[in-house]
Design a protein around this ligand. Sequence first.
Ligand code: MV4
Length: 453
Amino acid sequence: MFSRVLVANRGEIAVRVIRALHELEIEAVAIYSTADKDSMHVRLADRAVAVGPPPASQSYLKIPSVIAAATTTGCEAIHPGYGFLAENPAFVAACEDNELVFVGPTAEVMARMGDKVQAKAELKRAGVPLVPGSDEDVASSSEARSVAADLGYPVLLKAAAGGGGKGMRIVDAEDELEGAFQTAAAEAEAAFGDASLYVEKLVRPARHVEIQVLADARGGVLTLGERECSIQRRHQKLIEESPSPGLSAETREALEAAAERAATAIGYRNAGTFEFLLGPDQSFYFIELNARLQVEHPVSELVTGIDLVREQLRIAAGEPLAATGRAPRRGHAIEIRINAEDPARDFAPAPGQITSFRPPLGPGIRLDTFVEAGSTVPPFYDSLLGKLAVWDEDRPAAISRTLRALGELSVGGIPTTRELAIQILRSEQFTSGRYSTSFLEEFGQRLVAVVTE
Ligand code: MV4
C-alpha cells in the first residue's frame, strides 16, 4: 500500500479522501488555493501545499502545479476526488509521466469513455441496451433532421464530448431542430471545445438510475446496486437514494449484469458508475459512464458497508477485490445535498460566512462536510456545503430519520437548500416513490413557494 498520497481536491470530498487515507495509515498531502488556506481539508491533512490563487483554472485545475505538489512532497499516488481533474486524460498522462499512480482508470480508458459516442459503441458491442439514436456524430442539422425523422419526435441532441446535461437540447418537433442544433453545438463548443452532437430518442418520463461498480486490475468486478438520482434541478442532483423505489428485483439484476458486462468489456479499473434511464415499463438504456468517485457515493457505502474510497486506493495499489459479483446489501439510504443557495433568488449560489453550525447526530446519521461555525464559504467553487446521508431498515424509516436529522441541522449566516429538501421529503410524490426526473419541474414551484413564504 502507499505511504503518502496527494489529495487533488478541496471541500467535503478532500476531507472524505483524507479520512480514508488516515484509516489506512497513509499520510495525506493536501493542495489549496489561497481562498482555502484555512479550510478544513488543509487542517486535517498531514501537509498542505499552496497551488495558486482562488480561480480553479489557476490552482486546482493547473496540472503542472498539482503534479509538482505531489513530486516535491514525495507522494506515490494522487486521488483526484470528483470534478476538477478527475476525468482529465491529460492529467492522468501527466501522473504516468511522473511515476505517480493516478487513483482511477487508465488515461486510455478514460479518453475512450469521455467520448460519449465511442462509449456507446463499445457498450453496444458488449450487449448493453442503448437509447435508439444516431450511432455516430451527426455532421449537420440536416443529418440530425433525417435521423430524428426516423426516430420520431421528441428527440434529444447531446454533445459527444459532454456529460451531465451540458450541450443537451430537447427537440419536440422538426421546426425546432435547426435552432436547437445551432445552440447545442455552440454550447458544446464553448464548454468542451468540441461541437460534435449526436441524436437520441427522448425517453420521457424517465428515472435516472445508476449502478455503482468496483473493478480491479485483474478483471474482478463487484456491483454495489443502484442509486436513484431522479430528484434533480438543472442537472444538479438534490436527493439520491438506494434502493430505487421504482426498480423491480429482476430489472435491478439485469442492470447490474449489464454494468458488470460493460466494465469487463472496456477493461475498466477503479470505482465507476454506469448511468441508465429507466422507463415506466422497466425498460432501461445505458447513457453514460462516470469514470470517477461520485458525490453521491455514500448512499452505496451505507447499504453495502463497503468504503469506496478505501477500495479505490487498494485497487490503485494493485490489490485484488476481496469479493466479486453482487455486494450484499441491507436497508435503505438517502442522501441530501446541502447547498449554499438562496431559494428566494432562484437558488443562486450564496457564499459567505457561516455564523453558527449545528450538525445532526445520532443513530444512522452521516454528515460529510467541510464547514463548521466560523467557516467562510468562498465564491469561487461549487455551492455544496455537505451531504447528509442517512441509513435505516426500510424506506419509510429512512425518510423519517432524514426529516429528524434535517430538523436538527442548523446553518446560520447563509441560506441553504435544507428547507427545500424537507418539503420534498414530505411530498406525496416522494413518499409514494412515484417520481421521475420531471419531479422538480412539475412540483418545484409549489415546494419553493412553501419555503420562501
Ligand atoms: C436522456 C434523457 C432522456 N432521454 N437521454 C441528463 C444528463 C445526462 N447524463 C443524460 N441525461 C438525460 N439523458 C434520453 N435519450 C434524460 C436525461 C435526464 C434529464 C433530462 C432533462 C432534464 C433532467 C434530466 C435529469 C436526469 C436525466
